[in-house]
Design a binder for this molecule. Structure first.
Ligand code: ATP
Length: 238
């Protein structure tokens, strides 16, 4: 039996008159890393915006566990354990690591002091750099801080990551992949949006390919990596 965490069922999403997502369905089981890959402009970010309630679908349903998410405000969706890291990462460059984390924790309930120590234990590199301004850190370290920020506030069991490898050198991409793997091993389920299909597929259990707003392929990540036709045809990977 599968343990379904997130289910998107036949959604359509529009920006005003522009129809972007067409009858899109996908599912993420608890404990999985699922990759959503596709070319520039395919609608990957719009899918994440739809889940978070930022660009709500005009029809179809989104559920997490037994809860309907579509129609809820983004902060209500955040409270249901879903956290989103946008492409731009959203760290405050002129603030220190500690200040960035304190700001992120502000909206949370419960004992945040313990949470900081948990986060520092989980990310020793941030611990060493508590007093460093985030803008002076490497891209990989900033991504680590963005992930740490996303884990503060309400308890998170599903992380939506938008292009975590963007703009990073290959070595750093490997570091970020390792962070995602470790998080997953600690029980966080991940929906990973990537243009870097190879990075995403090496990390993921299952994958969906999105092309102009439609899911055109669904399989295990390993099967997709071996499927040269789909890799070349939809993802431009030679
Ligand atoms: P990328 O990797 O380039 O961000 P993507 O797969 O994430 O691509 P989206 O950002 O979801 O794609 O964009 C899907 C389509 O929606 C594109 O054609 C884009 O131009 C359009 N789009 C995105 N945001 C808006 C907006 N605010 N208003 C109108 N159209 C938009």
């Amino acid at each position: 039996m599968t343990d379904r965490l997130l289910r998107i069922d036949s959604i359509d999403t529009r920006y005003g008159e522009s129809h972007i997502l067409f009858d899109l369905s996908l599912a993420v089981d608890r404990g999985e890393i699922v990759a959503l890959v596709g070319r520039n402009g395919a609608g990957k970010t719009t899918t994440l915006r739809s889940i978070m309630g930022l660009t709500p679908p005009t029809n179809g349903t989104i559920t997490k566990d037994a809860d309907r998410l579509d129609g809820l405000d983004p902060h209500e969706i955040r409270k249901r354990g879903i956290s989103w890291i946008p492409e731009e990462r959203r760290v405050f460059g002129s603030l220190t690591v500690a200040e960035n984390l304190r700001l992120a924790a502000h909206s949370g309930d419960g004992d945040q002091a313990n949470r900081f120590e948990e986060i520092y234990a989980q990310f020793p590199r941030l611990d060493e750099r508590r007093a460093q301004k985030a803008g002076t850190m490497s891209g990989g370290e900033q991504q680590m801080l963005a992930i740490a920020r996303a884990l503060l506030g309400p308890e998170t069991d599903l992380l939506l990551l938008d292009e975590p490898s963007e703009g990073l050198a290959p070595q750093i991409v490997d570091d970020v992949a390792e962070i995602i793997r470790e998080l997953n091993e600690r029980g966080v389920t991940v929906l990973l949006v990537e243009q870097n299909a190879e990075m995403a597929l090496e990390l993921a259990d299952r994958a969906y390919v999105l092309e102009t707003g439609e899911i055109v392929h669904e399989s295990t990540a390993a099967e997709l990596l071996d499927d040269r036709e789909t890799m070349e045809g939809y993802l431009g990977v030679k």
